[in-house]
Each structure stands twice: as C-alpha cells, then as structure tokens.
Design a binder for this molecule. Structure first.
Ligand code: 4AD
Ligand code: MG
Length: 431
C-alpha cells in the first residue's frame, strides 16, 4: 500500500510503500541509510543485505542524491526518538536516477548560488519548512477574517493609478489607453467594495519598483489588504492584533516540526498575545533618539530604527500618528493634531520591524480632493475613488500586511527572500 510519510505513524509494523526522493544516503557496502522525502515529511530507510536482500542493496548503491523512487518495507518506530519512524527496506524501485550530479550538496553554498538554483533549493528541509509555515499563515488569515465577517474581494493587478508612492510604480504600456501600472496594494478597490459588503479583504501579489536593497524588501510580494466600513483608528488596531495573535497561535499549533527544522526559538512566539504595545510616532522618535538614532521629528522610521526599537520589546508594537507628510494621500488626519495622520504601523519584535501598515481613510470629498492635488496626483484618474466620498461616504479604515515579512518573523529568517517561493529583487528575476 502506498502511504505518505506523514501517515507512517498509522502503519507501524506493517509493510508500506512510499514514493518520493532520496535526498541523501549514508553508509557503504554493508548498510545504507537512505534519507527519503515525499513532500509530507522525511524518513530514513535502512537497507542491509540480511533484511533487504541483494537486489535492494544493488539498487541502493546505484541511487544518487535526488533520485526519485518508490521504496517498500516495514515501518518501524524509532527506538529512542518520539514521533520518528523508519523503514526497513525490502524493495527499491528507482523512478529516475539524476542525469547529472545534483548541484546542491551538503556543504555550505553562498546565497547567490542558492538563489540561482532556487528551483532546486526549494527542496531542502528548511525551505520546505518555510513554505509550510507560509501556508499556515495564509490559511489562518482566511479563517480569522471569515470569522470576523470579511469576504474576499479580488482587486485588480493592472491599474490606472498609484496607491502608494509614485516613485515605486512599475509602469506598463497599456494598448491605446496609455500608461498602466502594476498594483502596489488593492486597498483603493477594497474601499469601493466595502460600500457594498461592509468588510472585505484581498490577497495577492503586489509590486514595488523600490530601489531598496535590504533584507526586508522584494519587488514582488504578497499582500493581504483588509478594509472595514464604520471602523475607526482604534477598531482597526484591534482587528490587526486579533489577526496576528491568531496567525501565531496557528503556526505554533500546526508547525512545531517545521519550526524545529528552522531552529526557531519558539519562546518569543509564545509571548505574542493581546494587548500589544501602543506608542505614538512622537514617543517613538524620542525613544529612538535616546537610543542613539539620528531620526528627526518629521521622519519616517528607517530600517535600523525599526530594528533597534523592536529588539527592545518582546511584543509587537503599534506605532501610530506619523507626520502626515511622510504618509500616503488617502490617510485621514488626526483631529487633535492636523499635522499627523491617523495611521498605524505594526512592528514585529526581535528586530523584525514593520509587518503591517494601515490607517483610517479620509472620507470627506473636498479634503481628499485637496490631498490628491497636494500630492501632485492627477484627480482625473482618481475620479472613481473620489466618487466613494460623493455617494454615502462613511468613516472607514483598513490595513495591509506583507506575507513575506510575517513569514520571515515567524520562521526567524534573516532575509525575506527565503520566504517567497521565487523571489524578485532589483537584481534578480530568475529563475
Ligand atoms: O505599508 P504599505 O506600503 O501599505 C500599503 O500598501 C497600504 N495600501 C495597505 C493597506 O492599508 N491596505 O505595505 C503594507 C505592508 C508593509 O507593512 C510590509 O509588511 C509589506 O506590505 N511591504 C513589503 N514587503 C516586502 N517587500 C516590500 N518592498 C514591501 N513593501 C511593503
Ligand atoms: Mg508601510
């Protein structure tokens, strides 16, 4: 019977076949330990002349790294380790023995070599684990938002206008229509959608022609935007907090094995619970300056600022009310201080930094029109967006998270390029 490695626990002391790849092999003429992988997990197959027979020994000897195969034998529980199973192999059927030697070996490879071979690197244990955690985050997001009354609305990727800074736009020629752009965030479209369905979210690839070469930036990444009618600044933060707690809880529940492979210390993740830390931009600037940063009162937080600030705390930090001039045109101003926006970024602890950006939206037609002009944007292309403030405008808020940033934090990866299957960076579009 063909089984999956993840199901081996239900077949102890029975004969079974698994199909997958041999990613490594140890031993010599008298015994072979085949390291097998089938997508669901990892298992060792033991091959000896006495138990497995001559034929299996010959096959085991022929197999090289990354041979695909079907391997049959008795499943046994590891004598010492809990939840670890082995196979006492009796039959090996090689499906394909690699045509050439597999380029990724056990020895250390530099990041460029691994990224050039991303299509193969994805097979390694850590990369497998990261993608599984990413998948849990996606599912946990759908689950949480559905429970909170959101429905998924798919926003377009080809757009006629910018959402975030125009300097980071990918431009395309759009037939007779002139210039088009790749979406930076589906937010503006969700603002239209919530006037129909109240609460909505989208989840898809977004693009930033950002010249930043940092561990936190990709040119293509996955964003989840959430938007809510009749929710203001405080309510917006509560949903972010609930969502992040739910995501972390789910990863700790489902991905114990993966986090172990990643050597992620899970103690800090266990501390993630509401309420998160709440600070204003003004407070944070003061604190950062005391820590030696040269951040100015009207500056956005730099990458290093985010790092040092979040290393200091073991909970996520909400930083709200940034100076309006460093933020996007659509943000509502703080009624208590018109120079500040009713926006909030959520920073992950342990030096990870911004994972979510959000705000209450400007809902007044005239004010929004003026902002569009102040930001030197063309009111013509924002006509449809302004219409939302013409017909039954309501207070509303929303936020967007970067999936790779959250995955990087939970997995404990240094650079977020490892958290997306095929990273796009300013100097990389292949494979
Ligand atoms: O802060 P950002 O730019 O916010 C928006 O785009 C809003 N329109 C979202 C909204 O309110 N619906 O981006 C949101 C998040 C950031 O907090 C960060 O996690 C991630 O997207 N992000 C990036 N991730 C990887 N590479 C980049 N270049 C990123 N830029 C932003
Ligand atoms: Mg941001």
């Amino acid at each position: 019977m063909i089984i999956t490695i993840s199901d081996a626990k239900n077949h102890v002391d029975k004969e079974a076949t698994i199909q997958g790849w041999m990613y490594n092999r140890r031993g010599s003429g008298s015994i072979y330990f085949m390291q097998l992988r089938d997508g669901t997990g990892f298992m060792q197959g033991v091959v000896t002349p006495q138990e497995s027979g001559k034929e299996a020994m010959t096959e085991a000897e022929k197999m090289t790294m990354e041979s695909s195969c079907r391997v049959t034998g008795k499943i046994t529980a590891h004598p010492k380790l809990d939840d670890v199973f082995e196979m006492q192999v009796t039959k090996i059927e090689a499906i394909q023995i690699p045509i050439e030697e597999y380029p990724i070996s056990k020895k250390e490879h530099g990041p460029d070599f691994l990224l050039d071979n991303r299509h193969l690197w994805l097979r390694s244990g850590k990369q497998w684990a990261i993608q599984r955690v990413r998948n849990t985050i996606i599912n946990a997001t759908y689950e949480y938002l559905n429970n909170e009354g959101f429905i998924k609305i798919d926003s377009p990727i080809l757009t006629p206008n910018a959402c975030e800074g125009t300097t980071e736009l990918f431009e395309i020629d759009y037939f007779e229509e002139g210039k088009g752009y790749l979406s930076q965030s589906g937010q503006l479209y969700l603002e239209a959608a919530i006037m129909s369905c109240g609460r909505a979210f989208d989840f898809g690839p977004v693009f930033r022609a950002e010249k930043s070469k940092t561990r936190r930036h990709l040119t293509e990444f996955w964003m989840m935007d959430a938007e809510m009618a009749f929710v203001e600044h405080e309510g917006n933060m509560e949903i972010m907090e609930g969502l992040v707690c739910h995501i972390v809880k789910k990863c700790l529940e489902i991905n114990q094995k993966e986090l172990k492979i990643l050597e992620r210390d899970i103690e800090p993740l266990k501390k993630i619970e509401a309420p998160f830390i709440r600070k204003s931009h003004a407070e944070v600037v003061k604190e950062l300056r005391e820590m030696g940063s040269d951040i100015g009162e009207k500056d956005d937080l730099g990458g290093d600022d985010e790092t040092i600030l979040t290393q200091k705390y073991d909970k996520p930090i909400f930083v709200d009310r940034y100076p309006a001039e460093v933020k996007a045109f659509y943000m509502k101003r703080d009624p208590e201080d018109e120079t500040r926006a009713l926006c909030v970024d959520l920073l992950a602890p342990e030096g990870y930094g911004e994972i979510i950006g959000g705000s209450q939206r400007e809902d007044d037609y005239d004010i929004l029109m003026n902002r569009i002009k102040e930001h030197k944007l063309d009111p013509k292309v924002f006509e449809w967006y302004l219409d939302l403030r013409k017909y039954g405008s309501v207070p509303h808020s929303g936020f967007g998270y970067g999936l790779e940033r959250i995955t990087g934090w939970i997995c404990g990866t240094q650079h977020i390029r490892e958290t997306i299957p095929f990273p796009r960076l300013i100097n990389r579009i292949r494979p």
